[in-house]
Design a binder for this molecule. Sequence first.
Ligand code: SAH
Length: 385
Amino acid sequence: MSLAFHLALPLFFPYLVHTMTKKNLKGLNLTELQVFVEELGEKKYRAAQLYGWLYAKAAQSFDEMTDISKDFRQVLSQISCISNLQLVTQSISTDSTIKYLFKLNDDLAIESVLIPSTKKSPEEENRLTLCVSTQVGCPLDCKFCATGTMGFMRNLTAGEIVDQVIQVQRNSQKRITNLVYMGMGEPMLNYENVMKSIDIINDDHGLNIGARHITISTAGYADKIRQLADEERPVKLALSLHSLDNDKRTKLMPITKKFSVDELIKALEYYYHKTRRRPTFEYILFDGFNDTAADVRSFIKLSRRIPCKVNLIPFHSISFMLPSSIGASLKPTPAPRIEAFADALRKSDITVMVRGSSGQDINAACGQLAVIESKTKLKIAEGLL
Ligand code: SAH
């Protein structure tokens, strides 16, 4: 179909054009854009142009695409659109962490968190990490997690995941150097869209964030861990472990009924042997529950099987979500005992980091993301309630 035909379309069939749902281009990869432009009778290079504008140059509308002819831009805006997340509010922590609340097209909402580096070394000073969401809510119901208490609404599209990076870069006027898939949701339950977003974000012609600066965190999908190992995306992998005891882990994380601790360890062993990349184990320390000498010993045994890194995380309160059952009784291990746990692991040559609690004052720390009845919260944020 020719350009002239598309330009004439609204003249002869205004009703038709009006009722057609416009194709959202944000989230399409280069191959999909090539198919799209070729269907319009355009040359393939147009796709690369669009791709550059959408991702590298973060265009919010076709008007910004100044090296594309006006005629073609007009056709594009008749049949397609660039869907942008709407920034509703941003909360700034005393430690400079920023939490963004975004509205999606269907009026649901998600949060993303921008975390500046707290390290003073020159190479780390410029590190700026964005924590992105992959789902609206989460179906996994981990007992210690705020997102888990809000239930599950839907998966995010690849475009909505990529757009969190684009909008935060635009808003902060800073380049994001590191990305963690640790916001709302379970990335492995939205595997295709997550991987597609990573490909666009990682591509030098896209957002150009190095694969080794991207981490996916999972609550424990052994099958997807194996799939990731078989694919060629050298991103980093983190497992939210929290206990090596199957019964205790099941109490904290019901997903353990589907994939046992043993299956997870086997999947991670496979991952390490296939990729030679050390996975990270994330471990929230709960007072008297998973912080004993026996827990240290189990960890040391594990590290002999799988070369790994360990991130110890202080338990951040989610009392604002009124958790029930075991979630209401969990208490954080006091800081000196977290340090002692870390030291005991270090003595066995395990690489251990004790994660900070950036953004706790604005409920933006690990596990605190939640948009309860997201439409209500949006109305409050917009001053309508
Ligand atoms: N579903 C994925 C990613 C989201 S959770 C996963 O489970 O890994 C991101 C990280 O925050 C996980 O390591 C999770 O265990 C941790 N987390 C959840 N709730 C927390 C809380 N209340 N305090 C500290 N960390 C928490």
